[in-house]
Ligand binder design. Sequence first.
Ligand code: ZL4
Ligand code: CA
Ligand code: ZN
Length: 394
Amino acid sequence: EYNIVRPKGYTVSYHANPEMEKHHFGQTHPMKPWRLTLTKSLVSAYGMPFAMDNYNTRAATYEELNAFHASDYLDYLATAPPEDTPRDYEGNNPSDPKFNLGGSDCPLFHGLYDYCSMSAGTSIDAARKICCQQSDIAIAWGGGLHHAKRREASGFCYINDIVLGILQLLRCYPRVLYIDIDVHHGDGVEEAFKSTDRVMTVSFHKYQPDYFFPGTGALDDNGPKDEQNPGAHHAINVPLNDGITDEQYAMLFESIIGKINETYRPSVIALQCGADSLAGDRLGRFNLRVQGHGACVAYCKSLGLPMIIFGGGGYTPRNVARAWAYETSIAIASQNKIPDIIPLHAPWREHFIHETLFPTLEQIFGEPRANRNTQKRLNEIIMHVHEQLRFVGH
Ligand code: ZL4
Ligand code: CA
Ligand code: ZN
């Protein structure tokens, strides 16, 4: 029997807006908002809501979005007519590529502005609970849209809810550590805070310029090169190749985040948990299992700082739900180990092939992807990062 208990001495809060899940990017678009419904149903099947404070969040207001995004961009986002058939990339209708809106990655769909303001609402709400210390770990799986720029949509992201959440955290905490385990580079967040030393951004990602989106995030991208700029050395990038395993990822993650915790001494952590770094993801390239992905959350939690946890990418919905449900249980840290067999009464249970939370790589793939990460290269990455951190200190 899985015993859900409210943790003693601290509070986990769960922030969601069920209306968000009803939106569609288009028939074959990889981003499926209903993965949030699947996640919530798995979280509920394990009884986790009893151990958390659950908030139905409101949509963010125009003024709240305006804290980062430009007014002309927001006005267009609010009024642009939806395209009934999203254009294909070859572009039958490339007439209006304003702000990178419309087209196959960032289509203009029905209710787009509502969807964006709801996503931002969950993250802002979560950040405010951390600020007023009513929560120690705040979860916002509807957020994590790390590519959006001040006046440009990018890579399925329109509003950068993470930037908006961090801006809230900066009102009450001196230093924010942003960590991004999505398989893509967290370029929008890095760029937004590139000129401040009050936010350090760290992204782990698949890196192959010209072949893998967005193509930025090289090892020697560490923020402005001008030493006078306070943001210099405050961007850390961990470029990886296909097929990285749980063991390699944990070694890198703990070595890098551990060192950053010692040198930068953050007061709060913002963790983007994009689930497209899992094995078998439709867009991803890594071999991470649910356990390896979750180990990053467990390690961050072990540092004992207040933390906000965002969603992000994740394009094989069953695996997204597995990872985010497991990570919710890590945040709560219920006494007993979470059982592998998904509870019988879970709605959607038929969607979870093998009916387990922790499928093996063979169950996910048949045959796992070849691992292109050598120990030598991983050591070079660690060396370079430790070198950068010599310039950082408080
Ligand atoms: C699709 O099947 O690499 C969009 C996007 C739509 C439906 C039918 C249209 C077919 C894969 C992706 C044409 C699709 C052409 N449909 C897509 C340079 C690209 C231009 C667009 O996890 N084509 C652009 C963005 C990345 C590119 C990744 C990750 C977000 C996040 C946080 C964003 N864009 C080449 C690709 C499909 C589609 C199938 C797709 N788009 C895969 N990778 C991209 O970091 C949430
Ligand atoms: Ca990343
Ligand atoms: Zn991604």
